[in-house]
Design a protein around this ligand. Sequence first.
Ligand SMILES: *[C@@H]1O[C@H](CO)[C@@H](O)[C@H](O)[C@H]1NC(C)=O
Ligand SMILES: *[C@@H]1O[C@H](CO)[C@@H](O)[C@H](O)[C@H]1NC(C)=O
Ligand SMILES: *[C@@H]1O[C@H](CO)[C@@H](O)[C@H](O)[C@H]1NC(C)=O
Ligand SMILES: *[C@@H]1O[C@H](CO)[C@@H](O)[C@H](O)[C@H]1NC(C)=O
Ligand SMILES: *[C@@H]1O[C@H](CO)[C@@H](O)[C@H](O)[C@H]1NC(C)=O
Ligand SMILES: *[C@@H]1O[C@H](CO)[C@@H](O)[C@H](O)[C@H]1NC(C)=O
Ligand SMILES: *[C@@H]1O[C@H](CO)[C@@H](O)[C@H](O)[C@H]1NC(C)=O
Ligand SMILES: *[C@@H]1O[C@H](CO)[C@@H](O)[C@H](O)[C@H]1NC(C)=O
Ligand SMILES: *[C@@H]1O[C@H](CO)[C@@H](O)[C@H](O)[C@H]1NC(C)=O
Ligand SMILES: *[C@@H]1O[C@H](CO)[C@@H](O)[C@H](O)[C@H]1NC(C)=O
Ligand SMILES: *[C@@H]1O[C@H](CO)[C@@H](O)[C@H](O)[C@H]1NC(C)=O
Ligand SMILES: *[C@@H]1O[C@H](CO)[C@@H](O)[C@H](O)[C@H]1NC(C)=O
Length: 755
Amino acid sequence: MSPSFFRVSAALLPLLLTCTSVYGQNTTTATTTTTSSTTITTEDIPTATPSPTGALTDPLPSQAALPPKQAWCLSEIFCAGELLQTVNIAHLYPDDKTFADKPTTKSAQEVLNAFRNISSGTTYGQVVEFLQEDFTGEGQELEPLTLANLNPEPAFLKNVTNPVVKGFAQAVHGIWTQLIRGTNSTSLCSGSKCESSLIPLNHTFVVPGGRFREQYYWDSFWIVEGLLESELYDIANATLQNFMDELNTFGFIPNGGRIYYLNRSQPPLFIQMLSRYVAATGDRSILTRALPLAEKELTWWDTNRSVSVKSPFTNQTHKVYHYSVTNSAPRPESYLTDYTTANDPALPTLNDTAKAALYAELASGAESGWDYTTRWFSHQADGASLRDLNVRNTIAVDLNSILYASHIALRDLYNNTNPSRQSAHTTAANALREAILDLNWDSAKLAFYDFNLASNSRNDIFTAAAFYPYWSGIYPKEVLASKESAFGAFSSIHLVMNRYNGTFPATFIETHLQWDAPNAWPPHQYIALQALRHLPANVSSGALPTRPEGKSTFALLPAGQLGLEEAKLPGQPLTADRNATTSGPDADVSLLSGSVFNGGNASTTEEGWAAALGRQLANRYYASTLCSWHASGGSIPDILPRLSDAELNVTQSTSSFGHMFEKFSNLDIDSAGRGGEYVVQAGFGWTNGVLLWVASNYGNVLAAPQCPNLLEGVTAGGSNTKTGGGSENDAMVVRTPAFAVSIVLAGMLSLLYYQ
Ligand SMILES: *[C@@H]1O[C@H](CO)[C@@H](O)[C@H](O)[C@H]1NC(C)=O
Ligand SMILES: *[C@@H]1O[C@H](CO)[C@@H](O)[C@H](O)[C@H]1NC(C)=O
Ligand SMILES: *[C@@H]1O[C@H](CO)[C@@H](O)[C@H](O)[C@H]1NC(C)=O
Ligand SMILES: *[C@@H]1O[C@H](CO)[C@@H](O)[C@H](O)[C@H]1NC(C)=O
Ligand SMILES: *[C@@H]1O[C@H](CO)[C@@H](O)[C@H](O)[C@H]1NC(C)=O
Ligand SMILES: *[C@@H]1O[C@H](CO)[C@@H](O)[C@H](O)[C@H]1NC(C)=O
Ligand SMILES: *[C@@H]1O[C@H](CO)[C@@H](O)[C@H](O)[C@H]1NC(C)=O
Ligand SMILES: *[C@@H]1O[C@H](CO)[C@@H](O)[C@H](O)[C@H]1NC(C)=O
Ligand SMILES: *[C@@H]1O[C@H](CO)[C@@H](O)[C@H](O)[C@H]1NC(C)=O
Ligand SMILES: *[C@@H]1O[C@H](CO)[C@@H](O)[C@H](O)[C@H]1NC(C)=O
Ligand SMILES: *[C@@H]1O[C@H](CO)[C@@H](O)[C@H](O)[C@H]1NC(C)=O
Ligand SMILES: *[C@@H]1O[C@H](CO)[C@@H](O)[C@H](O)[C@H]1NC(C)=O
């Protein structure tokens, strides 16, 4: 899109070039502003060692022509160019991001000279030596900080009744101490001393975890929700201050804190974070700085990501938004992956124009946060691949809902102090609402879908993004018309609760892409829960409907809503070689009388259908996080003992102490998610944030989950790839029926607690 995007990018270049000298001053007052509650620890951040795939004396494989130099990313080391491509072709680290995050040990000029020395007939050994000589550990410019005054008993814990549930919430609250980072000002490159891809931040922040070692944009929304529950208001403030610095400096908030993210943003949740922070703390003093920068954020999306669309349904023309990144090279942090997608010898050869378009699509998919998913494919046929990405042509229902919610929240934050801006935001919000209801809402199927500019129609694929409009406050009149139609709009949640063991998947299409089935993501559970919570009382009361005789809960969905026949839905594994049937009443394997498996206990007082679904989904989320954490070595003193080494050996977790994963499997609550372009990450900012929010808001209806017994486990495909460590992530593990052998945490608790 647009010349103006280049304008923004070019404007920041001088800043990037000078920021090294700003931070390199050898002063006694560190430029990293740590809050009063933080002190520096000496804990090391581990780094990877190169492991060549060829013999050291072998030459590297031949390379495709270099992509064009990217105007927004000029480093000759960390941005697209000969050095980055050669190092990636050598494939010395499992994750391409490792190299992109390694500061040099020498000046850029010295590094480039050393590289030129080896750049003809280069061998693996030469690249290994070059990396060892000229680069240091990835992430060294960041330092772990300790939280000196973490309140061990934040008020939200009072909302939690069950002791196991409470103990876990308290343990997760404590994990913030491991995810707090600051910029290590002493290790930053000063002047020409060295070069690094880091965008140094002046305030403390929380990292998602694992390879995500910087501050990330959309992750931070759920991190802030958790920080507010944990009463870490100063860290939430610092997070916002960093984003405001970025808005001030770059004119937008980049995907994450590295220069190779400067061509793209992420789902724009800054105003939501701000709004939540102000509501939770009452600190309106932040708004003096924040309101103009919030306007800047919306202006950036308007200038760089809006598009005018004439509706085929009404002939009305709407201004709507899409993810659309200007880019014609592999992403530096996923260089080899993108390069391979474009140059795969097994696929047709692409000319330079087609490669450039593919690289723009790959970057746009990353901007959406959903990298990657069949949701973004131009068609759903078998054999469709990342080459079929159609992100820029998609009017994503979640993006437009977020921007709608941003206009509403910003208007409200003005609190009647700026009538003209308020009315501008009201107008913009109303127009966007109308556009979403026209382009994205299907009143017959009672669901929201993405609108596809290429086909000039709505996509058929149903995804977890369908719940964003409700979260943002958009309830179509059909949903408000009756309890029955309101339930119809949420009936897919009911289906998931009854049919699967885990939470709501990203899509119902099983692929090896990480934003497809069977993966279930913490942010989506939060959005779906909020969507249920905000339903008006008059349509959310009354009991959940029962299935028609001889049919499964699928029969309760409006025709065509999922875009799949029942038999095409992913199967729920029961044992190593047996799945539940895919249709008929037996498909609902998790259905219990009055509830669902790991769905909590129906309240004795009248519970409306929306509250019942919320209770079930909240409990499932708890079950997924708690069971996979316990299965990877987690324990709670006096409440939940650590599993035996024999059990933990099954998950390769004998030396682990519990992982909070970034994603889960909706088929197996003992397991992390799978697939994607990097191994499953543990940490994990948004997982913890959503867990704490769930504990606070559903604490009175959460029950201790029943986790499957690992020793009874049977692995599918002959390899043990349960949750442990995240080193292998591609096989689904199946066990014998859990009912018979479940470790009932509640039972164990009564043994330990009440004896
Ligand atoms: C940097 O600061 C350290 C500690 O105060 C001091 O020992 C050193 O001489 C300073 N280096 C320069 C180049 O000023
Ligand atoms: C280039 O290689 C030569 C021969 O191995 C070596 O003497 C020289 O120091 C190298 N130059 C750089 C900049 O690494
Ligand atoms: C606890 O629950 C109450 C009522 O359900 C709710 O208002 C409050 O926000 C929750 N969180 C905390 C920290 O009290
Ligand atoms: C900060 O960087 C300096 C210089 O590289 C290093 O000596 C120090 O250990 C780092 N501090 C932390 C906490 O990592
Ligand atoms: C938020 O952070 C800013 C920048 O560090 C600081 O000036 C301000 O006082 C903080 N606000 C509160 C309420 O602590
Ligand atoms: C951090 O603070 C320094 C010194 O005040 C300033 O020059 C720099 O622009 C700030 N960084 C950002 C990203 O705003
Ligand atoms: C849209 O405009 C076209 C051309 O004028 C017309 O044929 C069509 O019926 C209109 N559709 C609607 C829904 O108004
Ligand atoms: C590049 O390939 C595309 C798709 O095959 C084709 O439509 C286009 O004409 C080609 N462009 C050039 C410049 O060859
Ligand atoms: C909005 O402003 C009014 C008075 O102008 C004030 O009483 C009220 O507390 C403000 N609301 C918030 C949320 O600050
Ligand atoms: C069971 O369902 C899963 C998920 O859809 C699928 O991957 C697997 O192949 C199925 N297994 C059997 C035995 O049908
Ligand atoms: C751990 O599991 C491996 C197989 O993954 C097995 O070879 C080994 O004997 C087990 N060790 C223990 C102590 O159970
Ligand atoms: C799913 O839960 C059922 C009990 O509802 C159990 O029999 C089955 O083994 C579980 N499957 C997996 C993969 O955990």
